[in-house]
Ligand binder design. Structure first.
Ligand code: PDD
Length: 282
């Protein structure tokens, strides 16, 4: 498997980053995950736009993001699988450990690779998943997609140990998002999800889902909700690059029922989009 590392393609066995890399020492790095459906890097432009905002917010030196697209095309040539997951990570570069930013001229470390992934199993889509709520103890800039994901890791592991698929974060009494997905609920035909604030990641799949809802004329409310409202929901689902749209059937032990009609419609339209090669989305 080939890895793109600072402008070169190397075999994964040769891909090395020095111990002084700031991503390794401080989590001083941003990342993106982009799904590859067949030959199609889904919503590439939206992902790169978010990456750009993150780099700017953290005052990284300029990175040639156009070069990433060309490199992704090269990595795609190795493809002998149907679905893949492209990972990009950009750190503030390599410099002896010091909290202050490294001196001007320090080059960011840019890595990218694609790994094959299995499609979401049909039974998971048909049956939906269990989720549990956990306190949202993350920092206040989670809208920036940084690699500092320890609270997410702990939350997901907690969910796993409780026999659940995902952990839903709750901050100040309201649902923000999940450990690696955004969260939606449906009540009396209205689709609800938390509005974009610094306390959620503006998910690309969330954005595409909202666009689909508009296209289908389904009512949407960008309004936070309580876990208790989720317990009463007619339907609920997760959105994310790895999972697409994934129905939720149980929240903290409250059974909502099998994946409902609104989720099914969104899911069908989403799957159709992953198949259509649209220049706007990728
Ligand atoms: N995670 N919220 C969080 C905290 C996430 O980590 C993710 C995605 C999302 C959904 O965003 P998107 O639709 O752009 O994937 C929301 C990625 C896939 C990951 O860390 O693997």
């Amino acid at each position: 498997m080939r890895v793109y590392l600072n402008g070169e393609f190397v075999d994964i066995s040769q891909a090395r980053v020095p111990i002084d890399d700031r991503g390794f020492l401080f989590g001083d790095a941003v990342y993106e995950v982009i799904h590859l459906y067949g030959d199609h890097l889904f919503a590439w432009d939206l992902h790169i736009e978010r990456l750009k905002f993150g780099l700017q917010a953290l005052e990284f030196p300029p990175v040639d993001l156009d070069a990433l697209r060309q490199a992704a095309e090269v990595l795609k040539q190795d493809r002998d699988y149907e679905e893949g997951s492209l990972y990009i990570q950009i750190s503030r570069g390599v410099y002896p450990r010091s909290h202050v930013f490294p001196p001007e001229g320090t080059k960011p470390t840019v890595v990218m690779w694609i790994r094959p992934v299995d499609p979401v199993p049909a039974e998971l889509l048909a049956e939906g998943v269990r989720v549990v709520t956990v306190p949202d103890d993350r920092w206040s800039k989670v809208w920036i997609k940084t690699v500092g994901l320890l609270p997410n890791v702990l939350a997901k592991e907690k969910a796993r140990r409780m026999g659940a698929y995902e952990a839903i974060f709750v901050r100040d009494g309201v649902v923000t998002e999940a450990s690696s997905a955004n969260v939606f609920m449906v009540r009396r035909g209205v689709i609800r999800t938390a509005p974009e604030t610094n306390y959620i990641l503006p998910g690309i799949t969330r954005e595409v889902t909202l666009q689909i809802a508009r296209e289908l004329d389904l009512p949407v409310e960008l309004k936070p909700f309580l876990p208790e409202e989720m317990y009463q929901a007619d339907e609920a689902f997760l959105t994310g690059t790895n999972i697409g749209i994934l129905p939720i059937t149980t929240v903290d032990g409250h059974y909502l029922g099998k994946p409902g009609p609104v989720t099914q419609r969104l899911l069908q339209a989403f799957m159709a989009k992953t198949k259509e090669v649209s220049s706007r989305l990728g």
